[in-house]
Ligand binder design. Structure first.
Ligand code: PBG
Length: 324
């Protein structure tokens, strides 16, 4: 088909025509909203670098859940900021830790909301690294045990899905085995299979108070230059029993999302991270871009690249827009 017989513009003349042939759509069912839980009561602190995103205390969760469900957002991802940190991140698997309390509160007050927990130690260690240190290096195999304990405590508190984000080798297998031994074989693992050592996590570290006190995470998170390695990482996690794979960040890694979509048949999630949110918010606040349209276009592009699920700080705003 060539011009003038074929005119692509024919099908673009009005919204009904465009809607008819639209290949990708967004649905609030597949958005996950991250929540930052802090100690205290009646706390609602806006994150400095993430306008519209708040650190909230456990007592705020019932109303948060109600709001989310009322606009069609059915899943949250929990991050905890503990009262005290230590060298080994013991707050991460405390039965009465911040995330464990948040899970119980959410599950008591609103059983319909799907509660996913980030499994990592960086918010709980005083050095801010994602695991146990030996000679200032994160020791992989010791960390596995702490991570499995953490995932188990989340699942026991009632988490629906656990999502390890630490990038230790072998953690999916370790967590799967631990859950299974404890009769939690029905709890899925959403693995941050391909997580890059990214500068786009900057604002998150304000929100979660998890900046490494020395060095960086390049010794365990992936090198942004690599894409074949992403396939190897994902293959490992599939073999170890992951139920959902994740790519993170999203926009600068759409090629990776697309590759994983082609290679694997598991559900695929993309984490549209804090820095991606902050950039859109900052430019919109200056009046340099139309924030709402850029949000929509960005989330659509992540879907189009092949993600089924998007974890995004825009979940609420996007869901509201979808209701219109
Ligand atoms: C924990 C974790 C991080 C993010 C999610 N889980 C931070 C990091 O790896 O430094 C980042 C999320 C975001 O930027 O929105 N390890």
């Amino acid at each position: 088909m060539v011009f003038p017989e074929y005119r692509p513009r024919r099908m673009r003349r009005n919204e009904a025509l465009r809607g008819l042939i639209r290949e990708t759509t967004l649905s609030a069912d597949q958005l996950i909203y991250p929540l930052f839980i802090v100690p205290g009561k009646k706390v609602k602190n806006e994150v400095r670098s993430m306008p519209g995103v708040y650190q909230i205390s456990v007592d705020q969760l019932a109303s948060e859940a109600k709001e989310l469900l009322s606009i069609g957002v059915k899943s949250v991802m929990l991050f905890g900021i503990p009262e005290k940190k230590d060298g080994v991140g013991s707050g991460a698997h405390d039965k009465d830790g911040i995330v464990q309390r948040a899970i119980r509160e959410l599950k008591n007050k609103s059983s319909e909301l799907l509660v996913i927990t980030d499994v990592c130690l960086c918010e709980y260690t005083d050095h801010g690294h994602c695991g146990f240190l030996v000679n200032d290096e994160v020791d992989n195999d010791t960390t596995l045990e702490i991570l499995a304990k953490t995932a188990l405590s989340h699942a026991r508190a009632g988490a629906d899905i656990v999502a390890p984000s630490d990038m230790m080798d072998g953690r999916v297998a370790e967590i799967r085995a631990t859950l299974d031994e404890n009769n939690l074989e029905m709890i899925p693992i959403m693995s941050y299979a391909v997580k890059y050592a990214s500068a786009f996590y900057g604002p998150f570290r304000d929100a979660a108070d998890s900046t490494p006190q020395f060095g960086d995470r390049r010794g365990y998170q992936m090198d942004p230059a690599n894409s074949r390695e992403a396939l190897r990482e994902a293959t490992l996690d599939v073999d170890e029993g992951a139920d959902v794979l994740m790519v993170k960040p999203a926009l600068a890694y759409l090629d990776i999302i697309s590759k994983l979509r082609d290679e694997f048949d598991l559900p695929l999630a993309a984490y549209h991270v804090s820095g991606e949110y902050a950039m859109i918010k900052a430019a919109a606040a200056k009046g340099w871009i139309d924030g709402e349209r850029v949000m929509q276009e960005t989330l659509l592009s992540i879907k189009r690249a092949g993600a089924d699920i998007i974890i995004t700080y825009f979940a609420k705003e996007m869901a509201r827009l979808l209701l219109k």
